[in-house]
Design a protein around this ligand. Structure first.
Ligand code: ADP
Ligand code: GLC
Length: 489
């Protein structure tokens, strides 16, 4: 098959700007597509933090001082390229200081929707300026939701995009980019109101993700189970009806793992490397983890880790009671890294106060500590209410750190319940969204911990799992080729 021209558009790309798994996924997919011979451009905003990090930003040829208009506003943007050292992936950063030179990646500012509408609009302008006709524009989450519509509008007078097909990947349907219908003008959609979602418009709303779902040629989400779940009222967050209408174009492709970054053999961020053949380094990491967090040592004591955004989706309210009971009754350690909603931060901080030396809550974002928790913990907790895919459970598998997860979304697709009788399985799954489910899972984990041969068997099964991007990229590639085959000649 001939190589494709693929344009990825995302609000996050790791390690340049990251709050969650989206960044990891776009960076790894982009790199793997390049490795497979495709011509790839990745567009993201040039956030202040990129400049402050002192990255080399090289003017992108033919993409300097471009005129872009968005509704009543018109101005000039430039694009700068930066290369991710480890993979060589080149990322094109859209420079528009008025919108992007701010604290943080996301803001609560009034014009947040314009920041990402511009990302979509300017990515297309940059393609036009260089006469680069992508075969596929792959949009990610609500931030790029308007792109398929902008492309449709442009295509009425611009031949360049005649064969361009769009893919929209839903990484998280919980974030839809909802704004007041008053924004129509600012978004440059005055002449296109008939193309917007009419019921939303009548209700005074514009929903970026929904518009993306209306106009993208294909819709993907990041696991097969989540692809089914979002078509139900329970987890569709209001978009299930539309997704059911487009069911034939909705597919689930489970995320991959970048084992170049997340694997205990070659992880440069952990003190001791190890492999399934020799786990002595894991114990070393455990000792260092406990010491660095001020937790009491204990080689034989199980360590439970958490690394997460502390938000509703992640299901932490289930955890507090059972964790507190376990910390009171059993000799265990708990290491939590994360930040987010106040109530979860407070609850974890309370546990730390009540169980000094056994439980540590490190509030914040720290990539090196995230790696150390993966490497140094014995088990990893993800009680998610919903989970489009989840990466940490897959990282945990590779680090021999047993994932304890709720059976939902990508967690259900990537972790297999360990069965003591057959010796099959890679982790612990519970079904019900209630503390009882977590209690059962923790009890089972402690039972298995006490039965070393069973634990070691489960650990070795876990470490043998392979979720490499090589496999998952092939699934995207196949979709891209199918879309191209259906494009007009
Ligand atoms: P989500 O994208 O919903 O946050 P994922 O499991 O897909 O969930 O991805 C989360 C990613 O963000 C992982 O790479 C994880 O290590 C990282 N991460 C989350 N919170 C933190 C944190 N506080 N510090 C460092 N890394 C974090
Ligand atoms: C989202 C989801 C997470 C997924 C990630 C990358 O933020 O919450 O489950 O792994 O995107 O696709």
């Amino acid at each position: 098959m001939p190589p494709l021209k693929i344009c990825l558009v995302s609000s996050e790309v790791a390690p340049l700007a990251k709050t969650g798994g989206l960044a990891d996924v776009v960076a790894a997919l982009g790199a793997e597509l390049v490795r497979r011979g495709h011509e790839v451009r990745v567009f993201m905003p040039l956030y202040r933090q990129l400049r402050e990090a002192g990255r080399s930003l090289v003017p992108a040829p033919g993409m300097g001082n471009l005129s872009v208009s968005l509704g009543p506003r018109s101005g000039r943007i430039s694009v700068f390229n930066t290369t991710i050292e480890r993979t060589g992936l080149e990322v094109s950063c859209i420079d528009c200081p008025e919108l992007y030179d701010r604290e943080g990646i996301y803001t609560a500012d009034e014009d947040e929707h314009l920041r990402f509408a511009l990302l979509a609009r300017a990515s297309l302008t940059a393609c036009q300026a260089t006469s680069w006709a992508p075969d596929i524009v792959h949009c990610n989450d609500w931030h790029a939701g308007l792109l398929p519509l902008y492309l449709k509008l442009l295509s009425s007078w611009e031949d360049l995009f005649a064969r361009t097909r769009t893919v929209l990947t839903i990484h998280n349907i919980g974030y839809q980019g909802m704004v007041s219908a008053d924004a129509v003008h600012d978004l440059g959609l005055d002449d296109a109101t008939h193309l917007l979602h009419q019921e939303d418009l009548a209700a005074g709303k514009i929903n970026f993700l929904k518009i993306g779902l209306l106009y993208a040629d294909a819709i993907t989400t990041v696991s097969t189970t989540y692809a089914r779940e979002i078509q139900t009222q329970e987890l569709g967050m209001g978009l299930d009806g539309l997704l059911r209408e487009r069911a034939a174009s909705v597919i689930g492709i489970v995320n991959g793992v970048d084992y170049g970054e997340w694997s205990p053999e070659n992880d440069e961020l952990i003190p001791a490397s190890y492999s399934s053949g020799d786990l002595s380094g894991k114990l070393e990491n455990k000792r260092i983890l406990l010491e660095s967090l001020g937790l009491e040592p204990g080689d034989d004591v199980p360590v439970f880790g958490v690394v997460s955004r502390l938000v509703y989706q992640k299901g932490f309210e289930l955890l507090f009671e059972p964790l507190s009971e376990m910390l009171s009754g059993r000799d265990v350690r708990v290491a939590v890294l994360g930040s987010g909603e106040q109530k979860y931060e407070t609850a974890f901080a309370d546990l730390e106060r009540r169980f000094p030396g056994r439980m540590c809550f490190y509030r914040g974002y720290d990539n090196a500590l995230a790696h150390l928790i993966e490497a140094g913990s014995d088990a990893f907790l993800m009680p998610s209410l919903y989970e489009p895919c989840g990466l940490n459970q897959m990282y945990s598998l590779r680090y021999g750190t047993i994932p304890i997860v709720r059976r939902t979304g990508g967690l259900a697709d990537t972790v297999r319940l360990f069965d003591r009788h057959t010796g099959e399985g890679t982790g612990i799954l519970f079904d019900e969204f209630d503390p009882e489910g977590v209690r059962w899972a923790l009890t089972y984990a402690l039972e298995l911990w006490a039965d070393r041969p069973a634990w070691e068997r489960m650990q070795s099964n876990a470490m043998a799992e392979d979720f490499s991007w090589e496999q998952q990229t092939a699934a995207y590639e196949e979709l891209y080729y199918q879309l191209q085959a259906a494009a007009p000649a």
